[in-house]
Design a protein around this ligand. Structure first.
Ligand code: ADP
Ligand code: MG
Length: 464
């Protein structure tokens, strides 16, 4: 380095140091560490400050969001008439740096020659990491997943065009991983030219750490920028990992802006992703939030039948019925029961019957028979219809109250051993004929009215 260069570099450091001390006071700490700390001042010559930024994205982001601040701060430090130039760090064989003029708006600041260091790789086909067992076909549809499933299919047909990002959330074992992988597989099949990638958030996180340690973060980021359909599973694992979140944020923005599809899953709704950066959460709002709910009895039966058929088993209807009614927590738990049943019956050469099912369910899911009482039924019914427990005790003839009362009577008859008159006494002080009439009405309605059927199912689920 000759003397002039050295001087230019020392001056640049000094100027940039002054700028940073001002910027630090005016931007939030996270913004400061994300966007300003990584900048390296290179030289100051002819009233031009040259700074190095880690990536093209970084440059664009700063120009878009911090132009005014930078301009004001530099004017303060350097006076009017200065110029700011960026050098985008490029890690490739020739190790060159390319300079761009900083401009007033993102449009004018767009570099004239777009420099893509990894362009030769951009047509590379990437292994999608999808599990071929998780298909749309094997994903049984039910009320609990209808929206998510059909939105997923729309996305697979036209990635990047419909809902973006798609945010799938729901409790453990309810089918998030299966569904998003099925979307990926379907998209891959329909668009063989597109790069699909499935990655669990925890894997992304460890790749990020490795890349950081090996000084290969730009490679890591560029790899992800090549993806057309990026599926990140269980993003609640990013909670508290600021570095990973920042990098994911960059990738997310880049892909989203380029019309690439993002699909994310989480075990809780975006609202409950506490400690997730606000700017990330606000991105999630752009797309579709699809919740996977607990499956109702009918869906549980359909899933059971499917799993049983897949395993080549024959299981009597009463056993299916029993399992579907007693295992309601998750689809994974249902699968667990089927696997144990199969194992038990092969090991002991026993027939699969209700008895065996009871034992297996008892030991695998650990269900204690919940004590269902007339009172707990009334509570569940009122919770479902958003009523007060007192409401159905009154003489009210309001339609929704009447229906709730009848459903409560019907369920009390079905799930407890109480007599008609006891049920009547405890639910609104009616006589046994009224209870009998209610049971008949609801039994008939369940056959013809879908709303009633799903209400009753939902309430029954909440009882088990
Ligand atoms: P999550 O990711 O929400 O924890 P998974 O996707 O891993 O849940 O699902 C748990 C198990 O249940 C998987 O084996 C999956 O194949 C199965 N499963 C989930 N939903 C369905 C469904 N709708 N139809 C068939 N199998 C399902
Ligand atoms: Mg999962």
């Amino acid at each position: 380095m000759n003397q002039d260069n050295e001087l230019a570099s020392v001056q640049a450091k000094e100027i940039w140091g002054k700028c940073l001390s001002i910027i630090r006071d005016i931007v939030p700490e996270t913004a400061f560490s994300t966007w300003f700390s990584p900048i390296v001042p290179l030289q100051y010559e002819d009233q031009t400050l040259l700074i190095r930024v880690p990536s093209q994205f970084f440059f664009e982001y700063i120009e878009e969001h911090y132009y005014d601040i930078l301009k004001a701060v530099l004017t303060k430090v350097l006076g009017k008439g200065f110029r700011l130039r960026y050098s985008v760090l490029v890690e490739n064989a020739t190790n060159t740096t390319v300079s761009y003029e900083g401009g007033r708006t993102p449009q004018t600041s767009q570099p004239t020659q777009r420099f893509d260091p990894f362009s030769e790789k951009s047509h590379q086909k990437i292994d999608s990491q999808l599990n071929p067992a998780y298909t749309m076909d094997s994903f049984v549809e039910g009320q609990c997943n209808k929206l998510a499933r059909s939105a997923g299919m729309a996305i697979a047909k036209e990635p990047g065009k419909t809902f973006n990002p798609m945010f799938v959330f729901g409790g453990s074992g309810l089918g998030k991983t299966h569904l998003v992988q099925a979307i990926g597989s379907m998209a891959e099949e329909m668009h063989p030219d597109k790069n699909v990638l499935y990655v669990p958030a925890s894997k992304f996180q460890s790749q990020f750490q490795e890349a950081t340690l090996a000084n290969k973060l730009p490679d890591f980021i560029n790899f992800y920028k090549m993806i057309d359909i990026l599926i990140v599973d269980d993003i609640q694992d990013f909670v508290g990992k600021t570095g990973t979140q920042n990098t994911f944020f960059q990738i997310f923005n880049h892909l989203h802006q380029s019309g690439k599809q993002l699909i994310l899953t989480s075990d809780r709704s975006p609202k409950l992703l506490a400690q997730f950066e606000e700017r990330m959460l606000s991105r999630f709002k752009w797309g579709l939030h699809a919740e996977l709910e607990k499956p109702d009895v009918e869906t549980r039966k359909a899933i059971l039948r499917r799993k049983i058929a897949e395993d080549g088993l024959v299981i009597p209807e009463d056993v299916i019925d029993y399992i579907a009614k007693s295992v309601s927590e998750s689809i994974r738990a249902i699968e667990g029961v089927v696997i144990s049943l199969l194992a038990q019956s092969t090991l002991t050469n026993a027939e699969i019957n209700l008895d065996l099912a009871r034992r297996v369910v008892g030991s695998t899911v650990n269900v204690e028979e919940k004590n269902i009482t007339i009172f707990s039924i009334q509570e569940a019914v009122c919770a479902h219809y958003h009523l007060n427990v007192n409401d159905i005790q009154t003489k009210s003839r309001k339609r929704e109250v009447v229906q709730a009362r009848q459903v409560a009577m019907y369920l009390a008859r079905k799930h407890t051993k109480n007599s008609l008159s006891t049920i009547g006494e405890q639910i609104g002080n009616r006589d046994h004929a009224t209870v009998l009439h209610a049971c008949k009405t609801i039994t008939d309605l369940i056959d013809i009215d879908k709303d009633i059927r799903s209400s009753v199912d939902a309430i029954e689920n909440s009882l088990h």
